[in-house]
Design a protein. Structure first.
Length: 254
């Protein structure tokens, strides 16, 4: 069994509501460390450039920094973000960065649910997208929801396109600050009762193999997992560094 009971089940909607509150109360504090370029982001940009892809859909675009990085390297980016306040912050951030980065491609932020949004885009843009990107997002999703993401991402991607997603690693500082409430095959499910206490539950990955199998099961050729640390990631460093596992899948057929 991948989950034990309702208490342990990952709930993306509950997480989204919790983050809505965080964006409203203290977005400057909890997003301070999340703009750094990651190996997965750098790899996606280089892959798109090398293979002639120009369009990326990002899930959970937050304060916009990764979208800006992609756009500054010639990509057209649609960010799908649940929080309308986060989108306002992203546009403000772009204004503050004006002159320090050159964004020469279109950026669009759409407010809504990433899974539903991606499924909608697959009907409109099937085969037209070079990359689907979601950093630090899918660890809030249970297995059925992750499979929906992978399937919709596969359908919207061009042949040879890349899906790149990341999860919290079990080494992340938040793993020991929360309460363990359950387990999936890939790792422990931990809530935020000892810090934010907003009902947010995350999967902290111990073994990426089950997650890789989910992705390959919808047709992706899955590459070796990536691991990295983001210094001062959690609440601007107040809750320690962020440790991540990144999964990259290529849609065959190029």
């Amino acid at each position: 069994m991948s989950r034990i009971d309702d208490e342990s089940r990952l709930d993306a909607n509950q997480a989204a509501m919790g983050f809505d509150r965080l964006w409203h109360l203290q977005h400057a504090e909890f997003t301070r460390g999340i703009g750094a370029v990651t190996p997965m982001l750098q790899g996606l940009v280089e892959y798109c450039q090398t293979n002639g892809f120009t369009r990326v859909i990002e899930g959970g675009s937050g304060p916009g920094y990764h979208a800006f990085f992609m756009a500054s390297h010639g990509l057209e980016v649609m960010g799908i973000e649940h929080s309308s306040e986060a989108i306002e912050v992203a546009w403000d951030n772009l204004g503050e960065l004006n002159g320090r980065i050159h964004v020469d491609r279109k950026i669009e932020f759409v407010q809504g649910d990433f899974v539903a949004g991606l499924e909608t885009r697959k009907a409109e843009e099937a085969g037209l997208v070079g990359g689907v990107y979601a950093n630090a997002l899918l660890h809030f999703f249970d297995q059925p929801t992750r499979l929906r993401v992978y399937k919709a991402g596969y359908d919207v991607l061009s042949p040879g396109g890349m899906m790149a997603v990341s999860f919290k690693s079990s080494r992340d500082a938040l793993r020991n600050l929360g309460e363990v409430v359950g387990r999936e095959l890939a790792g422990l499910v931990v809530n935020d009762s000892k810090y934010y206490n907003l009902g947010i539950k995350r999967l902290f990955v111990e073994d990426p193999q089950p997650l890789m199998a989910e992705m390959s099961g919808v047709g992706f050729k899955v590459l070796a997992p990536l691991e990295w640390v983001a210094k001062h990631y959690n609440a601007g460093g107040h809750h320690g560094d962020g440790y991540f596992v990144g999964l990259v899948g290529i849609k065959p057929g190029a």
